[in-house]
Write a new protein. Structure first.
Length: 366
């Protein structure tokens, strides 16, 4: 008998072990489309059932692409580029051509400079040694930018398969659902969720008689802040609509806390505006630099939250990096959280982020 896969996550269907992936009660096997219990619960109750798959298993699964021929569409989350660009991608996917796609554009303010963003994505990939054929910006959720991308896919795939690859949670399955909806009218065929690790196997969507578009499980990158926060906090730090910039006029000697997950000290420079781009629900606190350490020590997890209690247990300590800025408008990027845009002349700042989730700077996008 042909091995049956869950239509939602790609896991092999089984009826024997309720706690393991692909479990489906016998009674549900009669239906036309088979959904495992985990996908069923995610879909109908937005409730996650944890699975006993290790990060390595996903990587191994995706590495099989290296032995095949096709186009790689590497999707990254434009809110977490350093956490979602996969450095080892060329090793994983062999010699196959790569298109780079920045997803979740709907979250950025309309005033974002798309060309700068595209250039930054291209150069970030290049720095990591990833050669890309082209770069696209899309919103899978809203359907923006899909036409240009599908045309490019059709061109670069040269009648071969298309593999959608990326770290967890960048929106691979949402992207494919968008394509399916466009071509068949069917909605939400593949399971998506804000929990990382939703897709568990390869899911093939036929493109024609001999080729397919293939959804793959997200590769786990431990530099993503998503792995260090509770479900509750993840919901809070993930923007769910266009972010509204919050502007602070700061004098040197002042600090900003982003919940208690990140911090920015203004050490030196003229009074200037710090424009903050974070999830609208993430509280920002302004304080005097001299009080910042004590405030953090005494109030993280309370006044400075998130982190909540659960996050505090797994969150690494904050580490600091100091930047001397003198090149004009600069973004200080806290991966997975957001960024702060500063004028960037004769300015010294210190940025704090959880250890392992490194802060970076770039030319301002806005
Ligand atoms: N705002 C916004 N959210 C998006 C977009 N695309 C996906 N998301 C959200 O991002 C989360 C992850 O989406 P998925 O499609 O499940 O991501 P994935 O890459 O398939 O994740 P894994 O299967 O875990 O590897 C969900 O909460 C989606 O609703 C987008 O274009 N804009
Ligand atoms: Mg998925």
């Amino acid at each position: 008998m042909e091995k049956r896969l869950c239509q939602g996550c790609g896991a092999p269907i089984q009826t024997a072990k309720p706690k393991e992936i692909g479990y489906t009660p016998e009674s549900a096997l009669q239906k036309d489309t088979i959904l495992c219990q985990r996908c069923f619960r995610l879909k109908h109750y937005n409730e996650i059932q944890s699975v006993s798959i290790r990060d390595d298993d996903f990587l191994q699964m995706v590495s099989k692409i290296g032995e095949r021929r096709g186009l790689i569409v590497h999707i990254v989350d434009i809110f977490d580029v350093s956490g979602s660009l996969i450095k080892s991608l060329p090793r994983i996917t062999g010699n196959n051509p790569i298109i780079l796609v920045g997803n979740k554009m709907d979250l950025l303010p309309k005033s974002t400079n798309k060309r700068k963003l595209t250039d930054w994505l291209r150069s970030s990939a290049k720095e990591m040694g990833i050669r890309v054929e082209d770069v696209f910006l899309i919103s899978s959720a809203k359907g923006h930018g899909m036409e240009a991308l599908t045309e490019a896919i059709e061109h670069f795939r040269a009648n071969k398969d298309v593999y959608i690859v990326g770290t967890t949670n960048v929106g691979k399955s949402t992207f494919i659902n968008r394509l399916i909806k466009h071509s068949t009218g069917m909605k939400d065929v593949i399971t998506t969720s804000y929990f990382p690790g939703t897709t568990l196997g390869f899911i093939e969507i036929p493109l024609d008689e001999s080729t397919a578009l293939i959804d793959t499980p997200g590769i786990v990158n431990k530099q993503q802040i998503a792995h260090y926060v509770s479900e509750q906090d993840l919901k809070l730090i993930t923007p769910n609509k266009e972010i509204k910039p919050r502007i602070y006029q700061l004098n040197s000697g002042q600090s900003l806390f982003f919940g208690g997950l990140a911090r920015l000290d203004f050490l030196k420079g003229d009074k200037q505006s710090f424009v903050c781009y974070f999830s609208n629900q993430l509280p920002i606190h302004r304080t005097k630099l001299e009080n910042a350490d004590t405030l953090y020590k005494e109030h993280k997890g309370e006044l400075l939250s998130p982190p909540d209690e659960q996050t505090l247990e797994k969150l690494p300590d904050l580490t600091e990096t100091t930047y001397r800025l003198n090149e004009g408008k600069t973004d200080i990027v806290f991966p997975g959280l957001g960024w702060v845009s500063v004028p960037g002349y004769q300015t010294t700042v210190t940025a704090y982020s959880p250890k392992g989730v490194a802060v970076s700077v770039r030319k301002s996008l806005i």
